[in-house]
Design a protein around this ligand. Structure first.
Ligand code: GLU
Length: 496
């Protein structure tokens, strides 16, 4: 029986990210190559930032890409539940073990003491971090303060001397001075575990043999290996994959490249082409082929051969590969079928067709009125936004504020979009007709068309965002300084 088990552990705090799909792909292929299981775990211990809408979108995006899981939400297994918010008891039990064996301690320091400590450390040009104050409390005092119900957290005791040594599959031995490592909180004052603690406990309880994740987690490794050692658990194999980069080699970020998987879906990429492209990030097939499917990757993946050169996510290369899939993998009938499924999803038929039908007398008028729904990003010019009451700066402000307001929507539906934009117009004290004008042009490319709210609901946040950003650029863009000023104004509006 194979004992290889891997996992992807997204936090449901935003858009489904390309990086999540990239890491999921390598985890899934590695597990399956060795006859093992690929687990999906939802890391939702940050209750303020986590949302079920984000979780749903992440799961949908992974399914769309064909990166489904063997165990996880919706796929019962022997190690569930697979949402951390449903595993609280096990964290409490494990924290008790570490308190008992002295690896962890109660810390009663309040915010003001920690802030003061930090200020002092910065002043002395020292590394900010917990100073071990509560390690000095006697067992009696701790018991008495707990008895009184004093607010506290549980921290991990980190050595102050020596170094932490661990192995990374791609990098070999890594050493980090313990003095560089802060004593992390394991359990917050509300009883919720932190990322480090829940992540390690769950990897162990879910019998994860290989932790394959992005290199941004290397700096957390001392805390993680200390936890394994404190429990007396063997460490799994750790493999930190290289970060995806923009063509200018900066870390892939949504400012330079759309990072939401939903954007690529809305732009009409084939999931198999996107997955293939992600499979070329840091990896090359032994035969050098650039076009290959998940099954082929599964057959030959060797993590040791992943290159750390900083893979570049290049849209032009992705377009080229996607074009090859369209031409080489689909016959004419399949092309039409896949195109139709992309262009006319049920939500489009339900939301737009009833209104569109009322406005045309023959089919040949449909593309004029509704073609923008299938057009990806639009080519708009500053002149398209010419308006009696609004100049370019006013249009940019409306577009940017709308974008921020829409990004904060907990649920993407016609009614929610409508209510949020109407409220924003009222706060800006702007007539709704005038307010909606630049949005209309940005989203539909025209001054009149079918309903803006329905269109936005159908296009989705990812494409809506891309079109709003494009319009802002067409109107001259926003400088860093202007952005700061607008952010402030937007915050104040929110409090009005
Ligand atoms: N929840 C973490 C994330 O969102 C998981 C990191 C890990 O794989 O350990 O990326």
């Amino acid at each position: 029986m194979s004992s290889v088990r891997t996992r992807i552990a997204p936090s449901p705090t935003g858009d489904p990210h390309l990086g999540t799909a990239y890491i999921a792909l390598f985890n899934r292929c590695f597990a399956h190559r060795h006859g093992g299981e690929f687990v999906l775990r939802i890391e939702d211990t940050d209750r303020e930032r986590s949302s079920s809408e984000s979780e749903r979108r992440i799961l949908d995006a992974l399914r769309w890409l064909g990166l489904d899981w063997d165990e996880g939400p919706g796929r019962a297994g022997a190690h569930g539940p697979y949402r951390q918010s449903e595993r609280r008891q096990s964290y409490a039990d494990h924290a008790a073990i570490l308190l008992e064996n002295g690896a962890a301690f109660h810390c009663f320091c309040d915010e003001s003491r920690l802030a003061e400590l930090r200020r002092e450390q910065l002043r002395l040009k020292r590394l900010p971090g917990y100073d071990g104050h509560c390690l000095g409390l006697s067992a009696e005092e701790v018991a008495a303060r707990l008895e009184r119900g004093e607010r506290h957290v549980i921290r991990l005791r980190v050595p102050r001397e020596g170094e932490c040594v661990f192995e990374d599959l791609l990098r070999g031995e890594i050493r980090i001075q313990w003095a560089q490592v802060d004593m992390p909180v394991l359990v917050k004052s509300d009883g919720m575990p932190t990322y480090h603690f829940a992540n390690v406990v769950d990897d162990r309880l879910m019998a994860i043999s290989h932790v394959i994740r992005g290199e941004e987690w290397i700096s957390s490794m001392p805390k993680h290996v200390l936890l394994y050692d404190s429990f007396g658990w063997p460490r799994p194999v750790f493999c930190h994959m290289p970060l995806l980069r923009n063509p200018d080699r900066s870390k892939l970020s949504k400012r330079k490249n759309p990072t939401s998987i939903g954007y690529y879906q809305a732009m009409g990429y084939l999931p198999e082409a996107l997955v293939n492209y992600l499979g070329t990030m840091g990896w090359s097939m032994p035969g050098g082929e650039e076009k290959f499917g998940i099954a082929a990757l599964e057959q030959c993946l060797e993590l040791e051969r992943v290159s750390l050169g900083g893979p570049i996510f290049d849209r032009e290369k992705l377009d080229w590969l996607n074009g090859r899939y369209l031409r080489e993998n689909l016959d004419d009938g399949q092309f039409v079928a896949r195109f139709a499924a992309w262009a006319f999803p049920p939500r489009l038929v339900d939301a737009i067709v009833p209104a569109l039908r009322q406005r045309v007398d023959k089919f040949s008028e449909v593309s004029e009125l509704g073609g923008f729904l299938l057009a990806g990003e639009l080519q708009v010019q500053a002149e398209d936004f010419a308006h009696k009451q609004l100049d370019c700066a006013a249009c940019r402000r409306i577009l940017l504020f709308s974008l921020w307001q829409l990004e904060a929507l907990p649920e993407w539906s016609r009614d929610a979009i409508k209510a949020c934009l109407q409220e924003l117009a009222a706060r800006l004290d702007c007539k709704i007709r005038d307010f909606l004008f630049p949005l209309f042009v940005a989203i539909t490319g025209r001054a009149v068309s079918v309903s803006l709210f329905d269109s936005l609901a159908v296009l989705g946040l990812d494409l809506g965002r891309a079109r709003l950003r494009k319009a802002i650029e067409a109107l001259g863009g926003i400088s860093g300084k202007q952005q700061k000023r607008l952010e402030k104004e937007f915050r104040e509006l929110g409090q009005a």
